[in-house]
Design a binder for this molecule. Structure first.
Ligand code: G3H
Length: 194
């Protein structure tokens, strides 16, 4: 690809309550980010803006974040957030209280830890392979998806070992532009002012 833009969905109602997973809508701030995103993309892409295809997950918060972009859009189930299984919809405090062993196991090996009935980071990295293969065939793509998924995609393009992906920082309300180059991939970010 020539250029890849990455963005987390705007702040969601679950983010506000510090709950993981689910399929909630955006908060007021998240909605504000979605309304500013077209201008931020324009600022970052310039004339290329119209050639960008937007990929989202199948979850509402990513589609809502893309709602004001007029570009062609495609949904990928493989871009859905890391499935927290039995912990879906819980806060980390609740997980620690209800499933202390799981909480500790995840702390000890976050990359390999698979939520019961859900996924690990390794599982996410594997299911992203077809997405990345398709991405390699495309020109300019903006991916609006979730924190854990973006950590894996970012690690892939930045040559960070996948095992380190759970600790990669992907800030909220920030557009990341990646320009893969032969010797050094260039990264620029624009933080939304909201
Ligand atoms: O559950 C999904 C979160 O976006 C990832 O957060 O892997 O740091 O717990 P975490």
């Amino acid at each position: 690809p020539r250029c890849i833009w990455l963005s987390r969905h705007g702040e969601s109602l679950y983010n506000l309550e510090q709950k993981i997973g689910g399929d909630s809508l955006l908060s007021k701030r998240g909605e504000k980010y979605s309304s500013k995103l077209p201008a931020i993309v324009k600022e970052s892409a310039g004339l290329k803006e119209k050639d960008i295809v937007v990929w989202t997950s199948t979850l509402k918060r990513t589609q809502q974040t893309a709602q004001y972009l007029t570009n062609k859009k495609l949904q990928w189930r493989a871009l859905d957030e890391l499935d927290a299984g039995i912990c879906d919809g819980m806060t980390y405090e609740e997980i620690e209280e209800k499933y202390p062993d799981d909480f500790q196991a995840r702390d000890e090996n976050k990359y390999e830890f698979r939520y019961r009935g859900g996924e690990s980071y390794r599982d996410v990295a594997l299911r992203l392979e077809p997405v990345i293969m398709e991405l390699e065939r495309q020109e300019n793509i903006l991916i609006i998806t979730h924190q854990a998924v973006l950590r894996c995609i970012y690690a892939y393009y930045m040559n960070i070992p996948q095992e380190q992906s759970p600790w990669v920082s992907i800030p909220l309300h920030t557009l990341i532009k990646i320009e893969p180059r032969a010797y050094k991939t260039k990264v620029t970010t624009i933080k939304a002012n909201i």
